[in-house]
Design a protein around this ligand. Structure first.
Ligand code: PLP
Length: 391
């Protein structure tokens, strides 16, 4: 007998976290376009500031429209809690701010979005956070990169660009052995195609700007806490396990248990660094999330057809798309994202750099721009744009 009480993915995408507005009965969560919220009384205010009660103080830290987005995403990913942030990069900043101290290291797979490579290589170095690069498709290179200073491993489930699929279970094993959390950027897959927590991820990060929002109209990012990592097993994560000076000695992991990481990112990182998502962006992204499964399936079906067409074209020298049966990651795609290998594919045109430039100059229906995950079809030439700072 099927369990009729557990809602499926599509039902969660519409209903999780969302209730008729208690003040007005509005069926859709309204845009709470307000900076701040009135306290019931002085005791209520004190308990909110002391983290003894949950509630709204100031939109930099919590907002009721964003709260629906957070609950919906946590439900879709199978996490214990989530945090909405201004952008995917803002979310990455808060994660590493919570995990690292100056001089610490983290391992990242080389197969990453170019902006993340820049963030890790340059901006994070200014905080004394040192990235150690490994090959996501060479498990032994990840293993060799582990050192006593390693505090986390970071990979993308499906890599942007290139569409490489990461062997999440193998990397999760390395992270477990090293006693560090595995962080998975699930932007390209979305939880519709792949749920990294089921394969051992401890933290999932998203750029909501892409497929989750899905319409090219709003920036957003999110952190999902799997609730799986034991932050108190060692003294390596002092923000999580040690008394917190800015909350009168409160210990975040001890107090908040399996959603402590999301709380730490909110009440320390978001509070102090400030990359809050606007309530209007949360509203737009929530609307997009309701149709995630329909859009992602159609995106993948279209990408598969485009990849097959390009693979047979005489002016195309190679196609990188794990949905193609001959692709080196095809078996990984079938394991980790059996419904489709994502909607981003990469190809080379015969004639090199100049031919690439000519190609993006001549497209008609496609838009030449720097984004992914829109309803419109998009194209970019990485070596003259997103990846031009790289070798
Ligand atoms: N992660 C991936 C895989 C991305 O593609 C992007 C942006 O393209 C980001 C993170 C950064 O997200 P945002 O642009 O929302 O800061």
């Amino acid at each position: 007998m099927s369990d009729t009480k557990s809602p499926g993915f599509d039902t969660l995408a519409i209903h999780a976290g969302a209730h008729p507005d208690p003040a007005t009965g509005a069926r859709i969560t309204p845009i709470y376009q307000t900076t701040s919220f009135v306290f019931d009384d002085v005791d209520h205010a004190a308990s909110l500031f002391g983290l003894q009660a949950f509630g709204n103080i100031y939109t930099r830290i919590t907002n009721p429209t964003t709260a629906v987005l957070e609950e919906k995403l946590a439900a879709l990913e199978g996490g214990t809690a989530a945090l909405g942030v201004a952008s995917g990069h803002g979310a990455q900043l808060l994660i590493f701010h919570t995990l690292l101290s100056p001089g610490d290291e983290f391992i990242a797979a080389r197969q990453l979005y170019g902006g993340s490579i820049n963030q890790f290589n340059h901006s994070f170095k200014q905080f004394g956070w040192n990235v150690v690069w490994a090959d996501g498709d060479d498990i032994s290179s990840c293993e060799k990169a582990v050192s006593p200073k390693t505090k986390a491993i970071f990979v993308e489930s499906i890599a942007n660009p290139g569409g490489r699929v990461t062997d999440l279970e193998a990397i999760a094993k390395i992270a477990k052995k090293a006693g560090v959390p595995l962080i998975v950027d699930n932007t390209l897959a979305t939880p519709y195609l792949c749920k990294p927590i089921e394969f051992g991820a401890d933290i999932v990060v998203h750029s909501l700007t892409k497929f989750l929002g899905g319409h090219g109209n709003s920036m957003g990012g999110a952190i999902v806490d799997a609730g799986t990592f034991d932050w108190s097993a060692s003294d390596r994560y002092p923000i999580m396990s040690q008394p917190c000076a800015s909350y009168n000695g409160l210990k975040i992991h001890e107090t908040f248990g399996n959603f402590a990481f999301a709380i730490a990112c909110r009440v320390l990182g978001l509070r102090d660094l400030g990359p809050a998502i606007s309530p209007t962006n949360s509203f737009n992204i929530l609307t997009g999330m309701e149709t995630l499964s329909l859009r992602m399936q159609r995106h993948c079906d279209n990408a598969q057809k485009v990849a097959e067409f390009l693979a047979g074209h005489d002016k195309v020298s190679w196609v990188s798309y794990a949905g193609l049966p001959g692709d080196s990651d095809h078996a990984l795609a079938q394991k980790y994202c059996p419904k489709g290998a994502g909607a981003v594919l990469t190809f080379g045109v015969s004639g090199g750099y100049e031919a690439g430039i000519a190609m993006v100059s001549k497209v008609e229906l496609f838009s030449h721009l720097a984004n992914i995950g829109d309803t419109r079809s998009l194209i970019i030439h990485p070596s003259s744009t997103t990846h031009r700072q790289l070798t």
